[in-house]
Write a protein that binds this ligand. Structure first.
Ligand SMILES: [Ca+2]
Length: 260
């Protein structure tokens, strides 16, 4: 019976006062919720931005304007708190021209010559940061008498062995090949700098050439990875003030609702 009463003309009037209060309370709760949700959204965006900044990659070497015979290519740092060397050659190689690349002859006709025949660069985290190198993307091309094998080695093993998953037999053609390979977990969470050497070996002739260049989709020779903890972490004092800020927001809402 009372349910029906609400929907009669007189019943509606009778309960309208209560209804207004309930609506006011609901509006108050809704506004409080909206404030809280927007505040959380702002923090989420801040955390995402600070994380994504250091997820964007480590370093890029752009060979697009190179002549092939250049001594070195400067690093483009993709994150703060990273140091990176120029991209250069080992001492066993002879410079050769090739537009949009770094080119060389003088590659070992037999096994890898660990101290001589390689392209090289070094990257490392600045003090207090840890570096994770996750993958590399680049292109390479041999002349018809160039190396038939390539492999990546690092200072972590003293250049004594190829990094798992980075040794490739190169086909006997002079096509440009794109590479994008992941590095194993030993390259995660490093506090030391790492020298990477890309070796060519098994050349058909010492006059044969081999070059490295950009991976088009990556915009260069890309060394991907991230630093931890993430760059641009909010200051501890800022984080500590957040609960207080939330408390003030809620208290002000409460005061405003009482004063109406
Ligand atoms: Ca050589």
């Amino acid at each position: 019976m009372s349910q029906q009463g609400i929907f009669t003309n007189s019943g509606f009037k009778k309960f309208s006062g209560f209804s207004k209060n309930a609506n006011g309370l609901r509006r108050e709760m809704w506004q409080l919720m909206r404030t809280t949700v927007s505040a959380f959204a702002v923090i989420l965006v801040m955390v995402f931005v600070s994380t994504s900044q250091s997820m964007a990659g480590l370093v890029l070497y752009d060979f697009s304007t190179a002549t092939g015979a250049q001594t070195s290519v400067s690093p483009i740092l993709l994150t703060d708190d990273l140091t990176a060397s120029s991209f250069t050659r080992g001492p066993g190689l002879v410079t050769q021209t090739a537009s949009g690349a770094m080119n060389a002859s003088g590659w070992s006709t037999g096994a890898v010559d660990p101290a001589a025949d390689y392209f090289v660069f070094t990257i490392g985290p600045e003090s207090g940061r840890r570096m994770s190198v996750t993958s590399m993307s680049f292109s390479e091309r041999r002349s018809l008498t160039g190396p038939r094998r390539m492999e990546l080695r690092s200072s972590l093993s003293g250049f004594s062995e190829s990094i798992t998953g980075t040794l490739f037999e190169l086909p006997d053609n002079d096509f440009v090949r794109l590479h994008n390979f992941a590095l194993p977990s030993e390259f995660l969470d490093l506090s030391v700098a790492v020298e990477f050497r890309l070796y060519g070996s098994a050349a058909e002739q010492t006059s044969g050439t081999w070059r490295v260049g950009n991976h088009e989709a990556a915009g260069g020779f890309l060394v991907d990875g991230y630093l931890s903890p993430p760059a641009a972490v909010p200051e501890p004092t800022f984080l500590a003030s957040l609960p207080g800020a939330f408390g003030m927001l809620i208290f002000r809402r409460f005061l405003r609702s009482r004063m109406r």
